[in-house]
Design a protein around this ligand. Structure first.
Ligand SMILES: [Zn+2]
Length: 180
């Protein structure tokens, strides 16, 4: 896909961060995602629901209830995936990055790196034939990268083993400094 001006990404990353805060308020992990078509229209939204009950509309109460999986369930069948861009507040994990690549999503953009749980290197470097066409755009807006890091840092400390938290502290020393 052709490269885009970072300004194009900003409103969609802001929406992903808004959904991340919504997840946090609801008792789940603060991660959000939106899927955007070639005209820039949002066609699906998702957020983490790991800490919430299952409902007819949403996967929940499951360890796989990540923001991107919520989004893909909400969307149903993926059509013309190559035209789509997935925006997330946090670098997708192996499951969600793999799902996006295998569904043929043309571009994945995230606000903030996840130096422990992220799959960006996998998507970018995999020689799996189904994963060759996904364009990866990490952290195009520095201000939103910092916002996403501050938002997720407490969860990173809680959820990741010591070496994972050490990677977070190394990558985001300022944003992790306030976490108790
Ligand atoms: Zn995930």
């Amino acid at each position: 896909m052709p490269a885009l001006d970072p300004a194009v990404h900003r409103p969609h990353l802001e929406e992903a961060l808004r959904l991340a805060r919504e997840a946090q308020v609801a008792g789940s992990a603060p991660v959000g995602a939106v899927l955007v078509d070639a005209e820039g229209r949002v066609i699906a939204r998702g957020r983490n629901r790991v800490g919430e009950a299952q409902s007819p509309e949403h996967v929940g109460a499951a360890s796989v209830a990540h923001a991107e999986m919520d989004l893909f369930f909400a969307l149903g069948k993926v059509r013309e995936g190559a035209e789509l861009t997935l925006y997330t507040s946090l670098e997708p994990c192996l499951m969600c990055g793999g799902a996006a690549a295998l569904l043929g999503v043309g571009r994945v953009v995230w606000a903030t790196h996840d130096p422990w749980g992220g799959s960006g290197r996998l998507i970018a470097w995999s020689d799996h034939p189904a994963m060759q066409d996904t364009d990866v755009v990490p952290c195009p807006v520095p201000e939103l990268e910092a916002e996403g890091a501050r938002l997720f840092a407490p969860e990173a400390k809680r959820a990741f083993p010591e070496e994972g938290w050490a990677l977070w502290r190394g990558r985001y020393p300022v944003e992790t400094a306030e976490v108790e």
